[in-house]
Design a protein around this ligand. Structure first.
Ligand SMILES: [Zn+2]
Length: 286
């Protein structure tokens, strides 16, 4: 029987998982050139066409289920210049934001309370949840510098800085962070910071929302892969990250929608938490 010479397959070495540090990671696929600044506003066609591009190598962690771009280079991404990420002009996005705000207000009794948002850009969501619940809000983030002509309500202020433990004294009944965590090459740094800022406040609710990596793969939503997202969380990797940072998960929900939610009522004493899909109407918790 003749022997068959199989072609050699070049399988690159994969780095440890950026969530759990496990060495058991495997490459999934590669994209040779993605725009490094997906939602930067370019002022000419020529500038847009010459936008820097970079390689993506989606990698899967067999330990925690995380997906990440093993070629990600943080130096190629700039959030502080001509970065425009507001989607509130879309009626569909606005409706979603309003429904989410109303649900958070009703679920966690957020009327006349203090809301902290991390990385909320121009504060579109913060304005809604503060307006609907008559709350006070503070947004942290380096990308938005309020201009005098900007119409900013009196109950909202902006801190042009990253949210760190030095702001732990800022009053908060809810810390909300939507579509930020997936931008971190070292996501544990952000959750560690939040963990330190939470301290021993038992009545504090934390809400994180990220794209659902499981759904992206299952539905083959490959337009969701952008260079500014080094991370694509699954339910298991999100739970692993929060657990490693001192949070505790007691309930979980495998979502049918595109987003995940995590709640944590505080540090000290019995800890509990929940995840649920905010687009899945069932809202069932396992
Ligand atoms: Zn992992």
């Amino acid at each position: 029987m003749p022997s068959v010479q199989l072609p050699s397959i070049d399988i690159p070495n994969s780095p440890p998982c950026i969530v759990c540090a496990s060495p058991n990671t495997v490459p999934v696929f590669e994209i040779s050139a993605l725009p490094a600044d997906t939602i930067r506003l370019w002022w000419s066609r020529a500038a847009a066409r010459s936008a820097p591009k970079a390689k993506m190598g989606l990698t899967y962690c067999e330990n925690c289920g995380h997906l990440f771009n093993r070629y990600y280079d943080n130096d190629l991404v700039d959030y502080e210049e001509d970065y425009e990420n507001s989607q509130i002009f879309s009626p569909r996005f606005r409706k979603y934001a309003e429904e989410l705000a109303d649900r958070l207000i009703a679920t966690y009794h957020l009327w006349r309370k203090n809301i902290v948002e991390i990385g909320g850009g121009r504060g579109d969501f913060l304005r809604i949840i503060c307006d609907h619940g008559h709350n006070n809000g503070v947004n942290f983030g380096p990308s938005y510098h309020p201009a005098p002509e900007d119409d900013i309500p009196a109950n909202i202020c902006f801190v042009t800085d990253y949210y760190t433990a030095k702001y732990a004294a800022v009053p908060a009944n809810l810390i909300v962070c939507r579509h930020v965590l997936e931008h971190f090459w070292t996501p544990q740094e952000l959750i560690d910071t939040v963990r330190q800022a939470v301290g021993d406040r038992p009545d504090l609710v934390i809400y994180f929302e990220v794209p659902n990596g499981e759904l992206i793969l299952r539905e083959q939503m490959f337009w969701e892969f952008i260079y500014q997202h080094p991370s694509y969380f699954t339910l298991s990797s999100l739970a692993k990250l929060f657990t490693l940072c001192g949070f505790r998960t007691t309930r979980g929900h495998r979502p049918g929608g595109n987003f995940l939610l995590r709640k944590h009522p505080g540090y000290g004493g019995p800890r509990s938490g929940a995840e649920r899909c905010v687009r899945c109407k069932s809202g069932e918790l396992a």
